[in-house]
Design a binder for this molecule. Structure first.
Ligand SMILES: CC(C)(COP(=O)(O)OP(=O)(O)OC[C@H]1O[C@@H](n2cnc3c(N)ncnc32)[C@H](O)[C@@H]1OP(=O)(O)O)[C@@H](O)C(=O)NCCC(=O)NCCS
Length: 369
């Protein structure tokens, strides 16, 4: 069947010419696979999709890991071998066969390549994200890594052993043991609205904004204003996500208590209460505000009747410095008391907050902490 009359986003692999992969000199002796760029032919933008044919004795690439691009490899034919190496560890090999799928989420540092030792060609379908600011790591091939770092410094993998002096506030991605915190993106808006809708009853008593749910467009406007504020390193509103990308709540570092301090706010879905996740997120933000951003003080404010909320600063070693009468209004508009919990930078080292495990990166992926 010919492709005539079909829309341009439908393509057939056999209509797309094979290109033999190659590295530049002096690495051009490396024998690579023959690839068909199906994704580009079909007009894919944010995902690449290649059909790779590996004759005997060839591999798909030097063993590599991506900083920001996730990859999926599906074996269509043949019996290729996966070679993989964990960060700082020894390489291992896994024999594969048709039907096997291999996933490499971005940023794990697990380097990989596919080799064919069999007579029959191996055919792989390789799908990978296309992301700006990707970096690559080549633990098996230091000469190639050095060449890349010199000739393509924009793809350099950040030195993850320690924070970078070049890293700039604010943190655009924060990882704790069980969570990822990052600014809400415009594409998150439908999921965020669904989360707010599902939790309206749970949130409305304490979060005035939850009493009336926004429309999708209104929430988009709100997320855009969060992003503008983020770009100015001003009010930092973060979504709380599970490592698989599921949004479960929100938190933030807010410049509401004068130039020397930041205030932390938070909420979490009913389903994820009681697991210590908010304590973990607030502990991470506390460390960032005091250790990285060098503020003198971090505060958490809450209604004394909100005992779950007040338990979080208490658990992190904050001090209850006072309760202000009637300055704030509750969700029903009635005046209410506000408890002020505070942690000074001088007290951080002795606080449980200091034991929160946290890794944070700036907008360019450089480590802040
Ligand atoms: C306030 C709110 C964020 C508190 O959430 P939370 O789930 O109680 O807080 P955490 O995620 O830190 O979990 C703490 C609970 O997990 C338990 N827990 C389990 N594992 C834990 C761990 N590794 N570390 C700490 N606590 C752990 C704690 O014992 C505690 O349980 P308990 O309340 O039964 O004693 C949540 O109730 C909420 O979103 N409420 C609505 C919005 C709101 O009020 N926001 C605050 C406005 S000031």
């Amino acid at each position: 069947m010919s492709n005539a009359g079909r829309p341009p986003f439908v393509v057939r692999a056999t209509d797309i010419s094979e290109i033999e992969g190659h590295y530049p000199a002096p690495f051009d002796a490396e024998k690579l696979s023959f690839g068909r760029d199906l994704g580009r032919a079909a007009g894919s933008r944010s995902l690449g999709c290649w059909q790779e044919r590996l004759p005997r004795g060839r591999r798909t690439s030097f063993t590599h890991a991506h900083l920001r691009e996730e990859e999926l490899i599906y074996v269509l034919a043949g019996t290729p071998t996966l070679r993989w190496r964990p960060p700082g560890g020894e390489a291992e090999e896994v024999p594969l066969e048709p039907g096997d799928l291999v996933a490499f989420p971005a940023g794990t540092g697990i380097a990989h390549t596919f080799r064919n030792d069999a007579d029959m060609d191996a055919i792989l379908l390789c799908i990978g994200e296309r992301r700006l600011g990707d970096g690559s790591l080549y633990p098996d091939d230091p000469a190639w890594q050095a060449w890349r770092d010199e000739h393509r410094p924009q793809y350099r993998w950040p030195n993850d052993d320690r924070p970078s002096v070049a890293a700039e506030w604010p943190a655009w991605r924060i990882e704790t043991d069980r969570l990822v915190l990052r600014p809400w993106e415009q594409a998150d808006v439908p999921d965020l609205l669904a989360l707010q809708r599902e939790n309206q009853e749970h949130l409305a008593p304490t979060m005035p904004w939850a009493r009336t749910l926004p429309t999708l467009d209104e929430l988009l406007g709100t997320v855009r204003s969060f992003l503008r504020s983020f770009l100015e390193a001003d009010d930092l509103v973060y979504g709380i996500f599970l490592p698989d990308g599921t949004p479960i709540g929100g938190t933030g570092l807010h410049p509401r208590i004068g130039p020397d301090g930041l205030e932390i706010g938070y909420w979490i879905s009913k389903r994820h209460e009681g697991l210590g996740l908010v304590t973990e997120a607030a502990g991470a933000l506390t460390r960032l505000a005091l250790e990285v951003h060098r503020k003198q003080v971090v505060e958490i404010h809450c209604d004394p009747r909100n005992t779950r909320s007040a338990a979080i600063p208490a658990r992190l070693g904050y001090t209850h410095v006072g309760t202000l009468p009637g300055r704030t209004r509750d969700a029903l508009g009635r005046p209410r008391e506000t408890m002020i919990w505070s942690l000074l930078s001088a007290d951080l080292l002795d606080s449980p907050a200091h034991h929160t495990s946290v890794m944070a990166r700036d907008a360019l992926g450089r480590r802040l902490i």
